[in-house]
Design a protein around this ligand. Structure first.
Ligand code: ADP
Ligand code: MG
Length: 260
């Protein structure tokens, strides 16, 4: 028996004015998988993420998370339901430290129900210490512990992507959508990011949906792989099957530049 799907997207439509960015997108993310989402620039991959995660309102179609209809749910509600996303361009709080960027991504603590009465201060301090300990544990896993107290702006682009992943982990997400985790990252850090995703999947049972242009990385990490072009899924299967599909080659040939 196959496990149930973590995420099922059916006939998703998203328009921006006259432009149809998603033109009936359907695909599934099996529970426990690292599923790949590939396709040329402008195919609609990031828009699919934003619509699934509640950042855009869909103009049609449905999204189910572990069987529950989540179409149109707010990012906050989805976050609570265990779905987190990272952004193609990392969105961190530049004035906060790396550890603080993780701490603010955790579910609300009692200290946030302000104003705190004087007798609650001890409890709040203990919670903050526990939160800091959790953030440090996540940073250890991401090999970023030595940067815990540096401002987020001091990190390289690739390290910022890891911090975004750390924020998703702090939220307790069991399904994480990663938008181009390896883009603009040096080879060493790319290996580290790939190993981290594989380990979190294997050891913590986290399901991933991964947008990535580095098709070798997709081949190494992802199964199944869905290829989008012009707002539709045009092929699904193993990376080898998708790569061999002539419609996929044609979609990539239409690009002015090679996928990076
Ligand atoms: P991909 O991530 O596959 O490169 P995107 O989802 O970013 O593609 O974009 C798909 C199409 O939707 C593109 O034509 C893009 O210009 C358009 N688009 C994306 N976001 C917006 C937006 N917020 N407003 C208007 N058009 C958008
Ligand atoms: Mg994109």
């Amino acid at each position: 028996m196959n496990p149930p799907d973590a995420l099922v997207v059916e006939g998703l439509v998203k328009r921006f004015g006259g432009l149809t960015a998603l033109d009936g997108v359907s695909f599934a993310v099996p529970e426990g998988s690292i599923t790949g989402l590939i396709g040329p620039n402008g195919a609609g991959k990031s828009t699919a993420f934003a619509t699934i995660a509640g950042f855009h309102k869909a103009d049609g179609g449905s999204v189910r998370l572990r069987g529950a209809d989540i179409t149109g749910a707010s990012p906050w509600a989805l976050h609570k339901a265990g779905l987190a996303r990272t952004f193609q361009i990392p969105r961190l709080f530049g004035r906060l430290s790396v550890a603080e960027n993780l701490m603010v991504a955790a579910p609300p603590q009692s200290g946030e129900k302000l104003p705190a009465p004087w007798f609650a201060r001890g409890r709040i301090a203990r919670e903050e210490a526990a939160l800091r300990a959790r953030a440090m544990a996540v940073l250890e896993r991401l090999n970023l512990a030595r940067h815990a107290d540096a401002p987020a702006t001091a990190l390289s682009g690739g390290q910022k992507k890891l911090v975004e992943l750390g924020r998703a982990l702090m939220s307790g997400a069991s399904l994480i959508l990663l938008d181009e985790p390896a883009a603009g990252v040096n080879r060493t850090l790319l290996r580290e990011i790939a190993a981290t995703i594989a380990r979190l999947n294997r050891e913590d049972g986290i399901t991933f949906l991964l947008i990535e242009h580095d098709l070798d990385l997709v081949a190494e990490l992802c199964h199944p792989v869905h290829c989008m072009a012009e707002g539709k899924v045009i092929a699904s299967g193993t990376m080898a099957e998708v790569r061999a599909d002539p419609t996929v080659a044609e979609a990539y040939l239409g690009m002015a530049i090679e996928p990076v």
